[in-house]
Design a protein around this ligand. Sequence first.
Ligand code: AMP
Ligand code: MG
Length: 422
Amino acid sequence: MTAARVRIQPNCEGEDPDLLPVSIAYERIAGSLIPITETESVPLTETRGRVLSDEIIAPHDVPPHRNSAMDGYAVCEADLPKNGIRTLKVVGTAWAGKPYKGEMRTGETVRVMTGARMPDEANTVVMQEQAEQTGDTIRIDNRHKVGQNVRQAGEDLRVGASVLPAGRRIGPAELGLLASLGLERVRCFRRLRVAVFSTGDEVRIPGQPLESGAIYDSNRYTLRAMLERFQIELHDLGVLPDDRDAMRAALDDAGRNTDVIVTSGGVSAGAADFVKPTLEELGQVGFWKIAIRPGRPLAFGRINSAAFFGLPGNPVAVMVTFYQFVREALRALAGETDPHPEPLFDVTLKSRLRKKPGRIEYYRAVVERAGNGALTVRATGATGSGLLHTMSDANCFIVLPEEADTQEPGATVRVQPFYGLI
Ligand code: AMP
Ligand code: MG
């Protein structure tokens, strides 16, 4: 016989033993994603941020011909003096894009500009600053190495070589590489269609009047901005009221017309949190309490043909859960199979961070160089998950793992920067 007792809800301090670790939550998400397979031919200039569907093989050498790396004089190996000085006759000039057409014999040299095709007979370039020119002759000494200042054909890319793998997202360097191969169009996966909406009777659109009890929508704007970094096709469905029928219709519709649905709010256990019961009706959505702060409640599943992410309502929780879950999932769904690992740095902490073991915590922070050149990191202060200014004040997250407890100044902590060069 068990004694009757009141079942107490776990409190907000995270002592709930049922919290799902972030790594397991993401494994479950990753395991149920169905990446895009449809491809399309995309004009080169529109490929930034798109994902290659086919491997790129070099159709020719890059550079296509041997060329000079300096402004100087093309010299045959036999004409480089072993000792003493040698005088050579300047018989012509090769410009970038305008090769020297004549022959170059022993005892002769051709003036070459950077990028100019090398005369066939020459394999070395003497910088103009190291040659003494008088009239149509130059004098060179014995300081030069055979082959210096010459870029070989195919030095960057060899004909037939694999240049980029399928599944690579195209950034500025990839775009330049594709251009250097002369490709006008490339095959990419089609863009993901992503629906985004906010929920809540209290949520107003900027420009509308704000009556008592109402707030302005910020989540849809942070979400749009984070999503738009991915070259997705955005379906902004606005703000949905806390109304079951409206919610069901909108979700059902979005699930037919998009690949991903991202919502914010309505997924906790409040009386007006209608996303949850509606999704339970539409099926295949799980509600997770994740061992993460901020951002504990997260709904994930499938609505019709779309992957569904129901993010929490609090603005910082929206950004944290987007970065830790949705972003990775979007990359996989978009066909990206070859992402560079994201840098995490171990940095000396300047502030005190209060924490209990049991969940991952993301603190908004500023990483900066101290006077002695060492990297340090300090928390931006307030930690409330509704305080969006703490994200704007920060340039990184400090990520404390599940098992960590309070950290004192001087501790080494892990930092995830907000910015990358690419
Ligand atoms: P909920 O999970 O819907 O109860 O929302 C949690 C908190 O986030 C509440 O204080 C909401 O007012 C707030 N919130 C929900 N949606 C938004 C939004 N789109 N923009 C700003 N705050 C929001
Ligand atoms: Mg709400």
